[in-house]
Design a protein around this ligand. Sequence first.
Ligand code: ATP
Length: 311
Amino acid sequence: MSTGDAVAARAPAKVNVHLAVGPLRADGFHELRTVYLAVSLFDTVTVRPGSGLSITVTGEGAGAASGADLVPTDRRNLVWRAAELLADSAGVPADAAIDIAKAIPAAAGLAGGSADAAAALVALDALWGTRAGLEDLLQLAARLGSDVPFSLVGGVALGAGRGEKLSPVLARTRSHWVLGIAGEGLSTPAVYGELDRLRAAGRVPGGEELAAEGPVIAALRSGPAAALAAALVNDLQAPALALRPELGRALRAAVDAGAAGVLVSGSGPTVAALAEDEQDAVRLAAELAGAGVFRTVRAVHGPVPGARLVG
Ligand code: ATP
């Protein structure tokens, strides 16, 4: 969008339809094999000329809206770091007034912060005329966080390393989901920590053998929903459930409502319920909205493109 001097970009939330977590590495990260699916829930980042950096946040997770100041407006915001990194690498001053309109709930396992950072890179690149190519932006994105490169490219991709080593996957078959969003966020590091504890106690497999992503990719390519449902994997589901036992009720509610498949999204606590088709997603969303276990539900589809200028 270009209204006067404003430039806007939007970026999607993601669901990890396959998330296999290896053992803890020496650098404190876990080796992942993940399949990302970008879904149609978008944050929009609007940037304008400014003096220094400033950030305002509206919508989901904004302090005033939720009563809980989940999304910081200072340098702790990933968007702030994205702006500094782009300015630094391009040799321009980091001057911009940035507004983040959030539809993606924070700390929900939907990569909202990563989406904002990716959208900010695209919008600021246009505002500042820095003309970074996709390869340059991908390198900056990987320095910002494991999920930021995927937020830039969107679609479907296989992620290795910490998730930042991406290979695009051609899968045009659309799948329909209902996201059930719980009241309170879960910290991603806390969920990985709980996985390490469960593994040390021998309560879940140690991660030496990672589940193969072939079945989920085949199902994303050609459907049907039942095949995709059968192939869903999330090694973070057990630790998320251990930290948040009421998630069990939420998963059961989705099964009882007739979801074709169900899993926790990323580190949770969002529950992703797979629908048969678009119409079934509308039905499932209405049923889950009335189940009394979610703060809010959203019917979405994927794949959708990554961070793009809008307007
Ligand atoms: P992921 O699935 O990528 O691990 P998530 O979706 O669970 O992450 P985010 O919404 O990215 O979590 O937010 C995680 C934390 O990051 C928040 O609790 C918040 O303090 C911080 N944060 C920094 N910048 C942002 C932002 N722009 N939007 C949301 N949270 C942000």
